[in-house]
Design a protein around this ligand. Structure first.
Ligand SMILES: [Zn+2]
Length: 471
């Protein structure tokens, strides 16, 4: 049993004045343990370059030890980041009785945060502060809520003697916000420790509340588009601008950009986007809602696709998009340009490769003198096919608090650690269990916050979810 000493309780309550949410199912010890972990880890500045990721990994490893986890099931994996900082990952195995004869379930979150400067924040970003019904602090949402909720869930389940029907594994990474190399290190070099049938990523998804805190829907992230930048460029001999020639790098580049602008990428769909539009259609009353419903019935309905494409919030869900984002051309007001280049930012529909888009751009641009180069090494991953048992378990956990709330799978245009897992053959579902209003989303930004009630509700959500998935 994880004992919260009176001293710890006083310590916590003097700093965090949180009202423990009481409900007959809620466990006060569990709430206090979670609060303590939340507070301690938010005080660790785990942004790149501050040497705190390893400290946090050791701290959490100690919590698991105290919680009764066997030393051999706690793996702290050191890693040197490209900037030379010693960081780490933490992998913890909760042994099941194997009665289901199935591979483990992996639970993922990340320990690092985007940096925050004290002078820019209203409150100290590296101190958990509770005010007006919110927890404030860097990482309260992204993603120290994830590491805290999972750690305390595992410790509570262990304490209650819960025996899952298969192994459960926690994997906390150390550089999700920067290089995303610790997740790749796990997938490539420590596969035996994290190998699983599927993963739940406590770093995306979650419930949406309207302005009045009324729940609208719960979202499960099951796919991510691939981010890729391409540089298109052309060079000319140049010359004096008083003697213009027929070749001009700026005009050539402009022509190529117009060709990209007028190109329509093909409409695409998968079971996640179809399900997403089916569920979203109900919430959209106008023409868009009807188009969403029509598209979910027939993804080849070009009229529906055209209406959806007009909405910038939805266009990325039905196709690959490429758009010019930066220009660089010429070197003097009175000289013919010797070079011109532009950045084309593409978001690839899952299943589309970077090479395919490279050749597509080659076809779209009629001028063979225009060069096309991929920037960096973009990584892509397939969508994760929806699993009915995961959807069912998630609905039970969500409906325990909000009966009948729609649970909607969706695809994001940004990337998380889920990408490397999906690329490594482990289907991954993003679901953090927190509920928030759109206007309270300050992840990566200033004055990041999480609703106190939502945090405590999420503790219960994870208990239900893990029980449902593994008993
Ligand atoms: Zn995150």
């Amino acid at each position: 049993m994880q004992k919260i000493t009176l001293l710890a309780l006083l310590f916590i309550s003097s700093i965090v004045n949180a009202q423990l949410v009481s409900s007959q199912n809620y466990n006060a010890d569990h709430q206090l343990l979670a609060l303590e972990i939340y507070e301690k880890t938010i005080a660790m500045r785990t942004a790149a370059g501050h040497n705190q990721v390893k400290v946090m990994a050791h701290y959490l490893a100690d919590r698991f030890r105290d919680g009764g986890f066997d030393e051999s099931d706690i793996n702290l994996i050191p890693f040197i980041s490209p900037n030379g900082e010693e960081i780490a990952s933490l992998i913890v195995r909760y042994r099941g009785d194997n009665s289901s004869n199935r591979k483990p379930i992996l639970f993922v979150a990340h320990m690092d945060v985007v940096d925050a400067l004290r002078k820019d924040w209203v409150k100290d970003p590296f101190k958990l502060i509770e005010e007006d019904g919110y927890f404030f602090g860097r990482g309260t949402a992204d993603d120290k809520s994830g590491t805290t909720l999972l750690t305390s869930a595992f410790i509570r389940l262990k304490e209650e003697g819960f025996l899952p029907n298969r192994d459960l594994i926690i994997a906390f990474t150390g550089d999700e916000e920067t290089e995303m190399l610790t997740i790749e290190d796990m997938v490539e070099n420590h596969r035996n420790l994290i190998d699983a049938e599927y993963a739940i990523n406590a770093d995306s998804g979650g419930g949406r509340l309207d302005t009045n805190y009324k729940p609208i829907a719960y979202q499960l992230q099951a796919a991510e588009k691939t981010y890729a930048d391409f540089t298109i460029s052309i060079t000319n001999p140049g010359g004096h601008s008083s003697r213009p020639t027929r070749v001009n790098a700026i005009y050539d580049l402009a022509q190529a950009l117009k060709e990209i602008e007028s190109y329509e990428f093909p409409i695409e769909s998968n079971d996640i986007t179809v399900e997403y539009f089916k569920m979203r259609a109900a919430a959209e009353k106008n023409e868009l809602g009807k188009a969403m419903m029509d598209f979910s019935i027939n993804p080849n309905d070009s009229r529906a696709a055209e209406i959806i494409s007009k909405d910038p919030n939805q266009i990325g869900i039905i196709k690959t998009t490429c758009v010019a984002t930066m220009l660089d051309a010429g070197h003097a007001e009175n000289a013919l340009p010797q070079s011109a280049s532009a950045n084309i930012n593409c978001r690839l529909f899952p299943g589309t490769t970077v090479n395919e888009i490279n050749s597509r751009l080659r076809q779209i641009i009629s001028n063979p003198n225009i060069k096309i180069n991929v920037s960096g090494t973009p990584k892509s991953a397939p969508a994760s096919p929806l699993k009915e048992e995961v959807m069912d378990a998630l609905r039970k956990a969500v409906h325990a608090q909000y009966p009948d709330l729609p649970v909607i799978p969706y695809m994001t245009t940004g990337a998380t650690d889920g990408r490397a897992l999906r690329a490594g053959g482990i289907p991954t579902y993003g679901s953090i269990a927190l509920f928030s209003r759109g206007e309270d989303n300050f992840a990566h930004g200033l004055n990041e916050r999480v609703l106190v009630k939502s945090f405590f509700d999420a503790l219960e959500h994870w208990q239900i979810l893990i029980h449902e998935l593994s008993q």
